[in-house]
Write a protein that binds this ligand. Structure first.
Ligand SMILES: [Zn+2]
Length: 289
């Protein structure tokens, strides 16, 4: 997730720098007014997103090409085949349930880091370092399901929309608080600083937790429909929660407290087991990795 945000945001300012004119602010406000509020599948939560799917998917593809170019691929044929078939089954389940219409692809990268992500548009990347935690196909389906759910629920676009809105609001604030000679007073700087900090902590962080719970819940449905026992998702996240020793992977830092996550995963199992019942084929835990 953080990977995606970094990819989308890059090092470049998103175009709403503090020195921009009021004209830019008006354009920004119009964009916000035109923005559609979509709702997230399965949770029904209304989400604020003004980034088009085509723009987002193009960014996802660009990021995927970079991974393919730069990261070494795993040579082990057996492991590659397992990752490919689990990803295919989860992708088919996501299409059957929510029909995102993605161009799916998966890459198993040789990197000793417990990480995986799905870029907007359906490009999945799994690091070999997560396979020991996945342990079996069902564990792998839990992580791929979770990452695919982030992409299908357009969490990346939502977070990017929030970040740009925040920046736009601060730009507007600075325009209002500027003195006649166009400079910010020290008091104005203080206010804007506090607002920026408050807004980041108040909006972006809780949202990342909301996104994690949503991805857990939706991912569990996908893995179940893909034919993998959804109970393994609870065991998988338990194994992941045992990674405590530093360095903690960056993507874990936005993940919610373990106990709450386990409680919610167990709660949503009933729905997932219904999807498992209706799965076209059942594989239980699948092969060991
Ligand atoms: Zn996540």
């Amino acid at each position: 997730m953080n990977y995606l945000i970094n990819q989308l945001m890059g090092n470049k300012p998103p175009g709403w720098g503090l020195s921009r004119t009021a004209g830019r602010i008006i354009v920004f406000a119009l964009v916000l007014l035109a923005a559609a509020c979509a709702s997230v599948p399965h949770t029904g939560r209304r989400q604020f997103n003004f980034i088009s799917d085509s723009r987002l998917n193009a960014l996802g593809l660009q990021a995927y090409k970079e991974v393919v170019e730069k990261e070494p691929v795993v040579k082990d044929k057996r492991l590659t085949e397992i990752v490919e078939r689990v990803a295919k089954r989860v992708a088919e389940a996501a299409e059957a349930i929510d029909k995102p219409g993605f161009q799916w692809e998966v890459r198993l990268v040789d990197k000793d880091e417990p990480n995986a992500f799905c870029l907007p548009g359906g490009k999945i990347v799994v690091y070999s370092g997560i396979l020991p935690y996945a342990k079996n196909e069902a564990g792998l389906a839990a992580i791929i399901g979770h990452e695919v759910a982030h992409a299908v629920a357009r969490h990346g676009a939502e977070r990017l929309s929030q970040a740009l809105t925040l920046q736009g609001a601060l730009t507007l604030g600075s325009e209002i608080l500027k003195t006649k000679d166009g400079k910010l007073t020290s008091k104005a700087r203080l206010i804007l600083g506090a607002l920026g900090l408050g807004a980041t902590v108040g909006i972006v962080l809780p949202y990342s937790r909301v996104h994690e719970f949503e991805a857990d819940r939706i991912g569990q449905l996908y893995m179940a429909r893909a034919g993998y026992d959804p109970k393994e998702s609870v065991r998988f996240w338990t194994r992941m929660s045992q990674i405590k020793k530093p360095p903690i992977p960056e993507w874990l830092s936005t993940h919610p407290a373990d106990e709450e996550r386990m409680r919610k995963l167990t709660e949503s199992l009933r729905d997932a087991l219904n999807y498992y019942e209706e799965a076209p084929a059942k594989f239980g835990h699948g092969s060991l990795l």
